[in-house]
Design a protein. Structure first.
Lengths: 301, 101
């Protein structure tokens, strides 16, 4: 495994696992319940096969239909499913956030940081390296896809094409100068991007060169308190304009996952910077604990 | 490693060999979910219960594959292979993109 960022890889694989798990539950809830009740969820299939083969029970097992009891190897630790997690998070956030969307106090922001660390195992803060946005809690609106290179079209994007693509480049220009330079990493960055109002920062004009570099692809945690869903994205555009009444913009994939649009095409979110200098936190839906590499545990809440 | 009835169609060894055991387990578990999703999507609903009972009872039983081949209208072996190929491609992408630069 030399030459790999092991932590990042493990987090990516964990993410793949949870997405597959969630998809299975959504598409085949009856199968999920059946296998769980029999003590043989998909994760235990190999273990079950091994036990049968190693105890010499093969013949009997094939002939008899008696179900077996399987002990929960996790002991008494309650693991939350992604649905349970979002419900828990929703409940906690409704108690912590003000009733109306307004600026948060530093105490409120610190409490939220602690909550996110406990649930997701990540270091997310409203202020990082001395930088902060004018809002850490605000409205997010739906953005279109961004062109990643000159000549990029909506048909080159693999999902949510109906959202369209912006006619111009993002605030940081094209992701790459040409199509053949596009990497999987940059594909992910366009997929999971947000727009933030860097242009209204009080020091934007005086520190523009430093701030521009600092904000480019800066990793953020976006949480929708109404759905209890959270996603990790990067800053890849500036906006929206003040007159829209929104403070953030979200890529089609971000908005789709967060379920962040109400009738007025906007929704309230908490947006914090992710302190991830070693690039251990993958972009995309956050449905597990990064530090533990597993589902959030009930007793961590 | 003990066998599950569709292992020979999936072949994840070339990927799990690249990573540590805990990550290999994640890959294995991810694949189980995808393959079961594929099978249940193509298997007529009236046969779901029988399939799940047989699976829960003896996951290694090669007779399960024969059973689902008989009751599905598509080439289920091909469908499982295609799904596995697509998942492996995505997993390999994650592995490659986690190389230190």
């Amino acid at each position: 495994m030399a030459g790999f960022n092991k932590k990042l890889l493990k987090n990516k694989l964990t993410q793949q696992y949870f997405l597959a798990h969630q998809r299975f539950i959504r598409r085949h809830p009856h199968a999920h319940v059946f296998l769980k009740d029999r003590g043989v969820p998909p994760e235990k299939l190999r273990e079950k096969a091994k036990r049968l083969l190693s105890t010499g029970a093969l013949t009997g097992a094939l002939l008899l239909a008696a179900p077996q009891l399987v002990h929960n190897t996790r002991g008494n630790i309650a693991v939350l499913s992604p649905y349970e997690l979002s419900q828990e998070l929703k409940e906690k956030l409704s108690a912590l956030l003000p009733l109306t969307v307004e600026k948060l106090s530093s105490d409120q922001e610190n409490t939220l940081s602690e909550l996110f660390r406990a649930i997701f195992g990540i270091d997310a803060r409203a202020q990082l390296d001395g930088n902060r946005l004018n809002h850490s809690y605000g409205y997010i609106g739906a953005e279109q896809h961004l062109p990643r290179y000159p000549g990029d079209t909506i048909y080159q994007h693999d999902a949510i094409q109906q959202a369209g693509i912006t006619p111009g480049r993002g605030a940081w220009g094209y992701f790459v100068p040409s199509k053949n330079q596009l990497t999987d990493d940059l594909v992910q960055k366009e997929k999971y991007y947000v727009a933030v109002q860097t242009m209204y920062l009080p020091d934007w004009n005086t520190r523009m060169p430093q701030l521009r570099d600092w904000y480019k692809y800066r990793k953020v945690l976006v949480v929708n308190p109404r759905s209890g869903k959270a996603i990790v994205a990067v800053v890849a555009d500036a906006g929206p304009a003040k007159f829209t009444g929104k403070q953030f913009g979200g890529s089609p994939e971000v908005m789709d996952y967060l379920e962040s649009k109400d009738g007025s095409q906007k929704g309230a979110v908490v947006l914090f910077f992710v302190n991830d200098p070693d690039n251990n936190v993958p972009l995309g839906p956050l449905e597990y604990n990064v530090e533990r590499g597993g589902a959030p545990l009930a007793n961590a809440l | 490693m003990s066998k599950v009835f569709y292992d020979h169609l999936v072949g994840i060894e070339n990927i799990t060999a690249l990573v540590d055991q805990d990550m290999a387990d994640l890959i294995d578990n991810t694949m189980h979910h995808h393959i079961l999703d594929e099978i249940l999507t193509h298997l007529p609903v009236e046969h779901h219960k029988t399939f799940l009972e047989r699976l829960a009872h003896a996951p290694h039983d090669p007779g399960i594959l024969i059973f689902i081949q008989e009751v599905t209208v598509i080439d289920i072996e091909k469908a499982i292979k295609n799904r596995a190929k697509s998942v492996k491609k995505e997993l390999l992408r994650d592995i490659k993109s986690s190389r230190k630069k």
